[in-house]
Design a protein around this ligand. Structure first.
Ligand code: NAD
Ligand code: ZN
Length: 363
């Protein structure tokens, strides 16, 4: 067991069906004066949903930016958003809000951080590189699983160097989170499963790793228990189960903030960088090759997928050539911390190029 000496959590959590109604009050409490705007990033799923947008009760001075979710966040995208926002107003907004899934919440975190740390998004990819706290940041998750609402990172891909890495820092933790499970009723079934399983996989990896601590373990156990309730039940999207999964996502995020992931995430990052697959579906694809490493979770995962009648994509590496497999190797092996956590410091001897290729060929 490792000691954990200090943990930062989300400032305040607003919980329950209808909690979204508290958003405008929280933003108003951040305004030093009535003419101080907030920046609101909203998942583009809501672009034409007037009923939803009216429910937010935003002020006319607030700036709404809809975030497309076809691709996951890129450092260039975050830099362009910063430039657009600075052209819109030289003044610093009172708060930055992210309403959506991991993509939109991560963009909100990164933008909040860049308002108070000069430079570009890529300058802060890594561990504890931010110098100053960002501006007040608020998350409203509309899909559950990644735990982005609770973690101390915001994941972005730097395409130039082929690296997917977050701004890992206590400054990346949200000041307020609104967890309103009524928002997740519209998520498509497959997406609900893929994203939800991110919470399950985070905790399976953390509990199997060497970098463990009593607080992380407690969060993990609770997350896994909630995920089992949800995904081994008949209707994973019942109201009760959506409420449970929102909690599981949050606890899973807290867990990962004090521990590390393991083998699934580095391989999944490889699939994202090389094939452009989204994080959560990529994790589920990686589970095809995890029998040897996480035998119990492997069986349980596929039982859950069967129970929920979810098709996980297969044969995604079937048409790749040697160069592609080299890229997959590079984009995987770079994730030293989780790989060491899963396999020990000689992980390179276990995950040789040929062994990794075999694993990718199982997907
Ligand atoms: P997402 O943001 O990728 O969205 C997935 C899809 O669900 C999108 O099509 C979106 O429009 C749709 N959607 C979201 N809410 C909806 C709703 N209520 N109704 C209908 N459709 C809805 O979602 P995700 O899977 O939560 O996030 C993945 C991202 O999170 C990746 O970019 C990944 O890198 C990141 N991530 C971050 C952390 C972190 O700690 N910061 C952890 C894990 C993953
Ligand atoms: Zn994840």
């Amino acid at each position: 067991m490792n000691e954990v000496n200090s943990i930062k959590n989300v400032g305040r959590v607003h919980l329950g069906k209808g909690a979204l109604a508290s958003l405008s009050g929280i933003i108003d409490s951040c305004r030093a004066s009535l003419d101080e705007p907030a920046v609101i990033f909203i998942d583009s799923y809501y672009t034409n949903d007037r009923v939803f947008l009216e429910k937010l009760k935003l002020s006319e001075i607030d700036k709404c930016v809809f975030i497309p979710t076809v691709e996951e966040p890129k450092t260039t995208q975050v830099n362009e958003l910063m430039e657009m926002l600075r052209n819109w107003s030289m003044a610093t907004p009172c708060a930055v809000v992210g309403i959506g899934g991991g993509i939109t919440m991560d963009i909100a975190k990164a933008v909040s951080n860049l308002y108070s740390n000069i430079g570009l998004a890529e300058d802060y990819q890594g561990w504890d590189l931010l110098k100053n706290p960002g501006i007040f940041k608020i998350a409203v998750p509309t899909i559950s699983g990644t735990g982005a609402e609770a973690t101390r990172t915001c994941v972005m891909t730097n395409v130039d160097i082929g690296v997917k890495l977050g701004m890992n820092s206590d400054f990346s933790i949200f000041d307020a989170v609104i967890m309103d499970h009524s928002l997740t009723s519209t998520v498509p079934q497959n997406q609900y499963f893929f994203t939800g399983m991110d919470a399950y996989i985070h905790c399976v990896e953390a509990l199997s790793g060497s970098h463990r601590n009593i607080i992380g373990d407690a969060y993990c156990e609770q997350t896994l228990s909630l995920c089992r309730d949800v995904f081994l039940s008949r209707d994973m999207m019942s109201e009760k189960n959506r409420e449970k999964l929102m909690l599981a996502s949050y606890f899973g995020g807290c867990a990962i903030a004090t521990s590390f992931v393991g083998l699934v995430h580095p391989l999944s990052a490889g699939l994202s960088v090389v094939l452009g697959l989204h994080h959560c579906v990529a994790n589920c694809i990686v589970m095809r090759a995890m029998k040897e490493y996480y035998p119990a979770a492997y069986l349980e995962f596929w039982e859950m997928a069967d129970r929920q009648k979810v098709e996980v994509p297969s044969e995604v590496c079937i048409s790749l050539d040697d160069r592609d497999f080299d890229k997959l190797y590079e984009a995987t092996i770079v994730h030293e911390k989780p790989l060491k956590n899963a396999l020990g410091s000689d992980f390179r001897e276990i995950l040789t190029r040929s062994h990794l290729r075999k694993l990718f060929e199982m997907m």
